[in-house]
Design a binder for this molecule. Structure first.
Ligand SMILES: [Fe+2]
Length: 203
């Protein structure tokens, strides 16, 4: 079966005013859908049906298939990282944040700084690295699934299509709002089990 566009885990209007329904209509309904469609087309062309998105990303050389499948997975993960019902980090995650950065605000500052500093399109990832937290920026459609050993906890889309309708060119304002108001820390904490890649996989 071809890959599908996963439904958003919240109503399109639920994240406003930090992320508008119009942004989600375009970002999910147009951009993410296009990555699904292009991946399906390229998978059929290459005769790779029957493999999961993560398998395709992991096995493909750099190029259109890996980038489109990467974006299919990245966005499928990203929607799960957001929630209208914000709760601060707790438990083991809060302890890891404290160990790595001191406070949640400092972690958010570091993620926001990485988002602001990243040149061009890409993603900011919070990763679990040998039991500790680590931040890494990846370009364009690159994905944690393409890098053996990367255990994703949280992803932030810093492509212009993620923020231009709501924030125009102000990526720092977008990063501050999403990180401060919309992160689903319960989902981030669940990914401490190392199964983050599987949570946005299909096929
Ligand atoms: Fe995006």
């Amino acid at each position: 079966m071809p890959f599908q566009l996963p439904p958003l885990p919240f109503d399109h209007a639920a994240l406003a005013p930090h992320m508008s329904a119009e942004t989600l209509d375009f970002h999910h309904g147009k951009h993410h859908q296009a990555y699904v469609d292009k991946t399906n087309h390229l998978v059929a062309e290459a005769g790779l049906e029957g493999q999961s998105v993560v398998q395709i990303i992991a096995k493909s050389p750099p190029g259109p298939l890996r980038s489109n499948a990467g974006q299919l997975w990245n966005h499928s993960f990203f929607w799960q990282c957001l929630t209208p019902d914000f709760e601060p980090p707790a438990g083991r995650l809060a302890a890891l944040i404290s160990k790595a950065c001191g406070t949640s605000d400092e972690l958010l500052g570091a993620l926001s700084d990485a988002a602001t500093a990243h040149f061009g399109s890409g993603w900011i990832w919070l990763l679990l690295d040998k039991g500790d937290l680590r931040i890494e920026a990846l370009h364009d459609g690159d994905s944690p699934a393409a890098h053996p050993g990367m255990e994703p906890l949280l992803g932030l889309d810093v492509w212009e299509h993620a923020y231009y309708l709501d924030y125009r060119n102000a990526r720092p304002a977008y990063a501050k709002a999403v990180l401060g108001k919309l992160v689903n820390w319960a989902f981030v904490a669940r990914n401490l089990d190392g199964d983050g890649l599987a949570r946005a996989d299909q096929g």
